[in-house]
Design a binder for this molecule. Structure first.
Ligand code: C5P
Length: 230
């Protein structure tokens, strides 16, 4: 059984590099996230390989298209046997409901979550897209839209978790990147939160990349994080 709250981000350029890390990890102690770079290079074959190794896989492709296209993409992604997949909430409720229909057409039963406002965006970059709403208000608006559409959760920063937990159901999943164990490098992340703090703030799953993937002993680094949140 794998009820680990840690999702290791496989930010690699090819199958070989990804598998050399994966082969050092225990599938009962973490889940894996495959994003656009690795998926574009390695394709569905790698995802199926990871699933066959008993890893739970979050396919982070952030679909955003017309509802019919997103529905079919979500059905196809679900058929790969992934544990979680995602879309952009800014595609609107019709697109998110179509995504859910696609997931439901599959025999698999993955979680479907949404991205609200990309955490790389700030007020000026949000405004230049025509949205004058304050960022936090827009995050809450899109998270609420996601919940109403029937999806299972959102990706958000741990800082946003507090606000979201005040307004949404307790079982709505909050999947948070930007996590750094105490005494590790921030890399290019600016607002970071430690694993125990992120869970205290209401996060359901923690997406962690470099503190594990760049560690000399990745499985040891994973175990230390698990111990810190026990
Ligand atoms: O190495 P690190 O722990 O910073 O990796 C975090 C992962 O989470 C990366 O895959 C990154 O793209 C992703 N992510 C993020 N911040 C967001 C959304 C996703 O760091 N707001």
């Amino acid at each position: 059984m794998n009820d680990s709250k840690i999702v290791v981000a496989l930010d690699y350029a090819n199958t070989k590099e990804a598998l050399s890390l994966v082969n050092q990890l225990d599938p009962t102690q973490c889940k894996l996230k495959v994003g656009k770079e690795l998926f574009t290079a390695a394709g569905p074959a790698l995802v199926e390989q990871l699933v066959a190794k008993d890893f739970k896989v979050f396919l982070d492709l952030k679909f955003h298209d017309i509802p019919n296209t997103v529905k079919k993409a979500c059905k196809t992604a679900s058929d790969l046997g992934v544990w979680m997949l995602n879309v952009h909430a800014s595609g609107g409720s019709a697109m998110m409901q179509a995504a859910l229909e696609g997931v439901d057409q599959s025999h698999e039963n993955p979680y479907l979550i949404a991205v609200t406002v990309l955490t790389s965006m700030n007020q000026p970059t949000l405004s230049e897209t025509g949205i004058q709403t304050p960022v936090q208000e827009q995050v809450l608006r899109l998270a609420t839209l996601t919940q109403t559409a029937g999806l299972h959760g959102v990706v958000c920063s741990a800082q946003e978790a507090t606000l979201l937990r005040q307004h949404i159901n307790p079982d709505f999943l909050l999947v948070t990147p930007g996590i750094r164990p105490a005494n590790t490098s921030k890399d290019d992340q600016s607002r970071i939160v430690t694993p125990p703090d992120a869970l205290k703030l209401g996060a359901s799953y923690l997406v962690i990349g470099r503190p594990i993937t760049q560690a000399e002993q990745p499985q040891k680094a994973l175990e230390a994080i698990l111990q810190s949140i026990q």
